[in-house]
Ligand binder design. Structure first.
Ligand SMILES: [Cu+2]
Length: 253
């Protein structure tokens, strides 16, 4: 849903199934902020007028009395608790517990490095080949061990992630050097890539197109150019693309 508030807040298009849930949360928080901003602003102007020197020649050292201010503070805390308990925590829980099963999802490994995104697909056998840090080189950026039979048909790309539409995507995210952050704004996905860890993150793309992978963690001098692309395409186009990659990798091996 691309409504006026979405445009006003400058939010990108919603290209994943859970994007609306995140945006709803963002909108609610902004509504609360609008109410607080306007409320405090009006109160401030009122106080400037009400407690002006002309009307109050002697200062009052007691301060304000009354239940309104306490009631307002309690109300704000309650609204914030509702946002946290009924929107934020349930939305987060779905992201971190309801992972799709590997055979129903597009499974892909994404490995961050200074300053690129390496993408690793298992190839036709569906099995990931072994990778070893000592094999990492300019033409083997993820250190794929070609002596492993599972590695022979593996597909790797740099800064290009192709995914079929309407099918859950399970990304296993890691990093070769420093902490990066895998940011797909249109998918409302952001997850740190940490060396030594494989972190799963999942989403379902629902909109075809070309989007950007942004590194959202300052990771070094070339951080600004650490961007890749995500292409969301129909299953048929994805299969065609994958077949081309397989053909290409067979020709070079
Ligand atoms: Cu980075």
């Amino acid at each position: 849903m691309q409504n006026w508030m979405q445009i006003w807040l400058g939010l990108p298009v919603q290209a994943s199934a859970h994007a609306e849930e995140i945006d709803q949360m963002i909108r609610l928080v902004h509504w609360l902020m609008v109410v607080l901003f306007v409320g405090w602003g009006v109160f401030f102007v009122y106080v400037l007028f009400r407690y002006r020197k002309g009307a109050n020649p002697r200062a009052n050292y007691d301060g304000a009395h009354g239940k309104i201010s306490k009631g307002l503070e309690v109300a704000i805390v309650l609204i914030e608790m509702v946002l946290l308990l009924f929107y934020a925590i349930p939305a987060w829980a779905k992201r971190v517990s309801n992972f799709p099963s590997e055979n129903q999802a597009t499974v892909v490994h994404v490995i961050g490095e200074q300053f690129a995104w390496n993408v690793h697909y298992p190839g036709p056998d569906g099995k990931y080949g072994r990778t070893k840090p000592e094999l990492v080189s300019a033409d083997n950026p993820i250190g794929l061990d070609k002596t492993d039979p599972d590695a022979k048909d593996d597909i790797t790309t740099i800064n290009q992630l192709n995914l079929p539409i309407n099918k859950p995507v399970l990304v296993h995210l890691s990093s070769k050097d420093v902490i990066h952050s895998f940011g797909l704004y249109e998918m409302r996905v952001k997850q740190d890539a940490v060396p030594g860890l494989s972190i799963p993150v999942w989403f379902t793309p629902i909109r075809e197109g070309q989007y950007e992978i942004t590194c959202s963690q300052l990771c070094g001098l070339g951080h600004f150019r650490m961007r890749g692309f995500v292409t969301i395409q129909s299953q048929a186009d994805f299969d065609k693309w994958m077949a081309e990659q397989i053909k290409e990798s067979r020709a070079t091996n």
